[in-house]
Write a protein that binds this ligand. Sequence first.
Ligand SMILES: Cc1cc2nc3c(=O)[nH]c(=O)nc-3n(C[C@H](O)[C@H](O)[C@H](O)COP(=O)(O)OP(=O)(O)OC[C@H]3O[C@@H](n4cnc5c(N)ncnc54)[C@H](O)[C@@H]3O)c2cc1C
Length: 321
Amino acid sequence: MLPQFGFVRAQTLDEAFAQLDAADTRVSAGGSDLLGCLRDGVFDCAKVVSLSRLDALRGIAANGGGLRIGALARIAEVAANPTVNERYAVLAQAAGAVASPQLRNQGTIGGNLCQKPRCWYYRGEFHCKRKGGDTCYALAGENQFHCILGGQGCYIVHPSDTAPALVALGATVRIASREGTRTVPIEEFHVSPRDDVQRETVLRAGEVVTAIDIPAPPRGLRSSYRKVRARGSWDFALAGVALALQFDGTTVTGGRVALSGVAPVPWRARAVEQAIMGQALTPEVAERAGAAAVEGAAPLKRNGYKVPLVRNVVREALLAI
Ligand SMILES: Cc1cc2nc3c(=O)[nH]c(=O)nc-3n(C[C@H](O)[C@H](O)[C@H](O)COP(=O)(O)OP(=O)(O)OC[C@H]3O[C@@H](n4cnc5c(N)ncnc54)[C@H](O)[C@@H]3O)c2cc1C
């Protein structure tokens, strides 16, 4: 059952900032994650400030040579947008792989980047480390869907499909508050449990994501998102890979690779990038790059299957691109 809380639908961004100034407030965009968290008692709050009337935060438009996506753009709009499909296929594919059609129509890109992790202990009645307790229950518990890379103290996986695509594209996040505006590279937007086990993003109290900026696609860019889930219907990634690679002929000359479903943050796979740089994507190179993707992996008791899964997803995606 939903607890009681105040609800304000801000008419302007300034009104949203003023409302968010009070203690114990939460931002709502589509509400598809926030209301579930409130219903399940993951956290509570005194007031929800809805951004849904703020037209300035909508839209997908050219920005210099690149693209600006308003934080309130629906995930379905991002998936269907012709420019996104033509120039940033990895993002269109990732947005199209999020959840179900209903959730893609309700959920926004800003909310997708800021959503809370899906760990069933965090979402359940466990006072885990992420909630301020002193135990990560997944460590000795049911950890088949948890991370194999980057865990420390807490072993969640970052749940968003669009975030790794945006990491691969080198996007930046625009953040605004009463104090002004700042931009953060998406790679620095999410917070690892190694740095702070109770935060998922660098957002400070009173701050709102207003837009995501994607730079112009470099010459020879090819990009793709490949997601593996446990079933054909909607589901979070068991593992996934976002590729945004530059080619000169068949040779990789630059670009980024990011993984989903395997780490507490969208995981930039620099070892994969190094393994393919200056190479044609032959089966041997793709095999080596797949192995590089899981260098340093530390699987838990029940998620060892993710190691070969990631290795093969990366290999297949490189051969397919
Ligand atoms: C059944 C189910 C399946 C799902 N499967 C997937 C999946 O496969 N892949 C995937 O990527 N996601 C998946 N999701 C998550 C879904 O995509 C998110 O619920 C959705 O993207 C959140 O968007 P929203 O606009 O509804 O966010 P909200 O629920 O409104 O907000 C989510 C969080 O972000 C914060 N927030 C929202 N907008 C802003 C902003 N502009 N600035 C600052 N903070 C903000 C809120 O305070 C809240 O903490 C699934 C969700 C469900 C319920």
